[in-house]
Ligand binder design. Structure first.
Ligand code: GLC
Length: 515
């Protein structure tokens, strides 16, 4: 279970190196008149991010994109001191592990259990990443979540992260936690660690990336596993269960969610998965800030996965990408047919029932439809069967594949994302970066990033009601615009010129931290 067998002397040495590197960015204030020792004052505001995944180290969903790009955007001009603390999953690639340096190790209390934690560090794009090592919790096959002991794994992670802050003396001004996996850190911070003034001074931000996943566990985990004190029971308990997301919302200083529209939606029962009253009660703390994407990571000019690179100014390479994609997938190589793609987890809230409902009507038109994703078996089988029946029109690839997804983003004309609920959604922005125009339902971040193109304004195609025929109608409008060369050029330019970068949005977080 406890793998790292460092000697005490070695650890101490490394700790002192760590301290040295940490103080490098600080400003020395010298008092020349007296012989007082040099005082070191850190001028930079310190933010520590917690969350369960961050690109490029470990990525299974949108959270990883955000934790890979927001800290980077905030650290860009080096005015802030930004760190991210992550679990050291065994799935993290060897090439990244080689860049990590062992810093220290100690024991962490998970209620009555005492568990080993090693800390590794690496600096990536001005952001300091710390990784918490414990093979018992994080050396798992396949996925990073979905294990019987997830509650214990993330209770450990959340406490180990706070203990790392103390050990390394990296007390931040703001602790920014994301989703349920790091929500317990807010409960520990506000409900248990406040005796230490250095922790008491930390302000906390909690971001809801998706209210559906709350970290709800049986009450027996309350003391025995999380080791929460009786004093915070009112905050933590929800419907007779431990609910980490609810606890964080109640106890944190500020709450954010990943788009303005979603911040309104989660006040309502339909969207809130049982937390609407909690959100309403904490409304005064809530802001919605739209996510951005990393424009370097998604860049058609440099992306190595593309058949041919291209830029917003010269889309000739995009035509090659389309033709090569059609060839690769065995579709007729035609420039004049609209290629519509769906790249998505195949789960219900992505609105796939709408696609299922009218797929025959969609395929009755002169279109090509490409579906990439995996998820619920029902959808996987459905789309595989449809593809078998329409071999020259529909391709379904049941996989999660970064390389292929970029080939599809770049080789498509239209991107379909009819989500029932979508806190933010990044795929519509990524598609846009590759000059692919989205068709979306007006919900959450889709509503804040894509606006209906009416020939004058807008950058895509949208529909309001969760209704398959409304979607079909808008798909037909989009296909008609595709066939009108001038209009198509116009809407394509509009999506290419829509700013989905963090440039302006990171500033909104900064404003929040400055509160
Ligand atoms: C979650 C949401 C998605 C959002 C992402 C990043 O995955 O479902 O809409 O874009 O988090 O915030």
């Amino acid at each position: 279970m406890e793998t790292k067998k460092q000697t005490t002397t070695k650890t101490t040495k490394k700790e002192s190196t760590a301290k040295k590197t940490d103080t490098k960015s600080e400003v020395k204030v010298t008092n020349k008149t007296s012989k007082l020792p040099k005082i070191t004052v850190s001028k930079k505001k310190k933010i520590v991010f917690l969350g369960s995944e961050a690109a490029p180290f470990i990525a299974t969903g949108g959270l990883a994109d955000v934790l890979g790009s927001l800290p980077k955007a905030l650290a860009k001009d080096k005015k802030l001191d930004i760190s991210v603390i992550l679990p050291l999953y065994s799935n993290i690639n060897q090439s990244f592990r080689e860049k990590m340096e062992f810093i220290t190790n100690f024991n962490v209390s998970v209620s009555w259990r005492l568990q080993y934690a090693g800390v590794f560090k690496c600096v990536h794009e001005n952001v300091t990443f710390y990784f918490i090592d414990n093979e018992y919790y994080f050396k798992r096959e396949g996925n990073i979540y979905g294990f019987y002991d997830d509650a214990e794994r993330y209770a450990f992670y959340s406490r180990a992260a706070l203990d790392t802050i103390a050990r390394l003396d990296i007390f931040p001004d703001v602790l920014h936690c994301n989703d349920w996996q790091s929500a317990a850190a807010i409960v520990y911070l506000k409900g248990m660690y406040y005796g230490d003034e250095r922790f008491r001074n930390i302000k906390s931000v909690f971001t809801i990336h998706n209210i559906e996943y709350q970290g709800a566990f049986g009450m027996e985990t309350y003391g025995d596993l999380f080791g929460f004190p009786e004093s915070v029971k009112n905050f933590v308990e929800h419907n007779g269960m431990v609910n980490l997301m609810k606890a964080a919302v109640e106890m944190t200083d500020l709450v954010t969610t990943v788009s303005p529209t979603y911040s309104q939606e989660i006040k309502h029962e339909f969207f809130a998965h049982g937390l609407d009253s909690v959100i309403r009660r904490n409304e005064h703390k809530l802001t919605g800030i739209l996510n951005g994407i990393d424009l370097d990571y998604y860049n058609p000019e440099t992306d190595k996965c593309l058949f041919k690179n291209y830029s917003a100014k010269d889309l000739s390479g995009k035509a090659v990408c389309k033709a090569e994609l059609q060839k690769m997938l065995g579709l007729p190589e035609r420039a004049d047919v609209p290629v519509i793609s769906v790249i998505s987890r195949l789960v219900s809230h992505k609105g796939l029932d709408l696609v299922k409902g009218v797929i025959e009507q969609i395929l009755a038109q002169d279109v090509q439809l490409i579906i990439l994703g995996k998820g619920e078996v029902g959808y996987e089988n459905f789309f595989t069967n449809v593809a078998k029946n329409y071999p020259t029109k529909c391709i379904a690839i049941i996989a999660y594949n970064q390389d292929l997804s970029r080939k599809i983003y770049s080789g498509s004309d239209l991107f379909l994302m009819p989500s029932k609920m979508e806190p933010c959604g990044l795929s519509q922005m990524i598609a846009g970066r590759y000059g692919t125009v989205s068709i979306v339902r007006e919900t959450g971040g889709l509503n804040d990033s894509i606006h209906f193109y009416d020939g004058q304004n807008g950058n895509g195609f949208t529909f309001h009601d969760y209704n398959a025929h409304d979607m079909l109608h808008v798909i037909n409008i989009a296909c008609n615009v595709f066939r009108d060369k001038n209009a198509w050029k116009d809407v394509q330019n509009r999506i290419l010129n829509s700013d989905f970068s963090w440039n302006n949005l990171a500033g909104k977080y900064l404003e929040l931290y400055n509160k």
